[in-house]
Ligand binder design. Structure first.
Ligand code: TNX
Length: 510
């Protein structure tokens, strides 16, 4: 076997503290694990991740060289931090909570040669990692990635791969955008037409602002069992799957299935084939709130996530202004105008979630319009993130100019068709501090973190999704875990990270 090449440590995200020591630890067929009580999920993950390329059995033994230890007394590490000591004859991974061990497993994986990440057996590689002392605690507790499976459906097998790549980057929230004007992807037993009708559209618009359509039907929906399985798969990697059910706008697919939920029950709508902002909204009669509660009850059954996203974005209120019923409802509720039904609607549904022990999350249109108990996802403007945090909301900074991966990565002609309107370059992603400038210490403490958004109007296939996601997600994950770093430091670590993405056959942007 060839001697191991000289190693310097290069991790992404960057650990809080890492001190390299002389020497290596080498995994072999006889390397065993000692697993403390509560550390079994980490052992399981380590075996699952390393088996395909290395074939290492990593059996359990009492006198093992590799120790995975849960120690609740390590309070300084929080729920996700870990300590890792690699010596020439031993590896010790410790954390206060199981999730911390799962993060540490990803670090062990990155310390190995990149071939360790391959999907098939790799011969002639020495499975060595450099001796090192690491203490690692994330800066932000919300490090998310949103995938829009409403505009283009992806099978759950691909969602599992997406989750695997997130876990490599220590992302902890997978936000699944399940419903929109162009498709409804989650089955709800009490409303079967949501997926029977709402999950298929006749065709799709080709380019923004043009009437060209591709003539190709598009559709797909998950089964409840597939979603429940995805939740378990993600949990085994320390990732929460947060579902999003859009309301009161972005609901055209639901209205195509159940016209009585709209503002004009007599009107038959199709599942939308265009991109952009649609005028059709849910009505504000009690049937609609029964519907929302029933849907969310099923959502809460399938997704144990403490957070449930209910949309709230891009909600033109024309239909409410034109509806005598909605105008009367606004008057009876003491609202100044039908437009104020937006906050009233979200407040009612949010209160239902709160009563059920979940936190509502919504997209901020201004930073000051969401009900008090909402976690605010500020997407339009960093000023909204600041305003919401100053107002007392917990905030996820998702500024579109730095976190919307549906925009192209450069203005070059080589880019695939993507969302028009902006360029989100790697450097811009790297430079986006989630804590908005000018935040008071109290407001800064309410900024939970940041997340990437992948809207999929213009991305239909796994290749395209990965091209848009990587390496920008590597930059966002680094920022969310480690905080701002020097561009040159990030670049050199990314150069060493790219072989890992390549071993995983990620169809990344060059
Ligand atoms: C705005 S951001 C939207 C999405 C689009 C996206 C395209 C947000 C909450 N709504 O419906 O897909 O822009 O970039």
């Amino acid at each position: 076997m060839p001697a191991p090449p000289p190693v310097t440590i290069s991790l992404l995200p960057r650990p809080t503290k890492a001190h390299a020591r002389a020497g290596h630890f080498t995994f072999g067929p006889d390397t065993c694990l000692r697993i403390s009580s509560g550390a079994e999920p980490a052992a399981q993950l380590l075996r699952t991740l390393l088996a395909p390329a290395t074939g290492l059995p990593l059996r359990s033994a009492e006198d093992a060289a590799v120790v995975l230890a849960l120690d609740p007394a390590l309070t300084g590490l929080g729920s996700e931090g870990y300590g890792l000591t690699v010596g020439p004859h031993s590896v010790l991974l410790r954390a206060a909570q199981t999730t911390g061990l799962l993060r540490g497993v990803q670090t062990i994986r990155q310390l190995l040669p990149p071939q360790a990440l391959a999907a098939s057996p790799q011969r002639g590689v020495r499975w060595s990692l450099p001796c090192v002392e690491i203490t690692d605690v994330p800066r932000h507790r919300w490090r998310g990635a949103m995938l829009d499976v409403a505009r283009h459906f992806q099978p759950v097998s691909y969602l599992r791969r997406y989750v695997d790549l997130l876990a490599l980057h220590k992302i902890n929230v997978f936000h699944l955008h399940l419903t929109d004007d162009q498709g409804w992807r989650m089955p709800v037993a009490a409303f079967p037409k949501l997926t029977e009708i709402g999950s298929h559209r006749a065709q799709s618009m080709i380019r923004a602002g043009s009437d060209d359509h591709d003539g190709v039907p598009h559709g797909g929906a998950y089964t409840r069992a597939e979603l429940a399985d995805l939740v378990r798969y993600a949990a085994a990697r320390g990732i929460t799957v947060m579902p999003e059910i859009e309301m009161p706008g972005h609901v055209r697919a639901a209205l195509a299935a159940y016209p009585h939920l709209g503002n004009r029950p007599d009107r038959v709508l199709d599942v939308w084939t265009r991109w952009g902002v649609c005028d059709n909204l849910l009505g504000v009669h009690e049937d609609v709130f029964d519907f929302c509660r029933t849907v969310l009850e099923e959502v809460m059954d399938v997704f144990p996530s403490p957070y449930i996203h209910i949309g709230g974005d891009e909600c033109p209120t024309v239909e409410w202004e034109e509806s005598p019923e909605a105008r009367a409802r606004a008057r009876d509720a003491g609202l100044s105008s039908p437009a104020a039904l937006h906050g009233w609607f979200l407040g009612r549904v949010g209160a239902f979630l709160t009563r059920n022990g979940r936190r509502p999350v919504g997209w901020a249109e201004t930073g000051t319009e969401l009900p008090d108990d909402f976690i605010v996802m500020a997407w339009r403007d960093p000023a909204h993130a600041l305003a919401a945090a100053e107002r007392g909301h917990e905030v996820i900074n998702s500024h579109h100019r730095a976190t919307y991966f549906d925009y192209p990565q450069s203005a070059g002609p080589q880019e695939h068709p993507a969302q028009p309107g902006a360029v989100v370059a790697l450097r811009g992603v790297h430079a986006h501090d989630p804590v908005p400038e000018g935040a008071s210490p109290e407001a800064a403490a309410r900024v939970l973190g940041t997340q990437a958004q992948l809207w999929t109007e213009y991305a239909a296939t796994p290749d395209r999704l990965e091209y848009l996601t990587y390496p920008r997600l590597s930059a966002l994950a680094d920022l969310a875990w480690s905080g701002p770093t020097q561009w040159t430091d990030f670049r050199s670590r990314l150069d060493r990270h790219v072989p890992r993405l390549d071993a995983l056959q990620v169809s990344r942007h060059p």
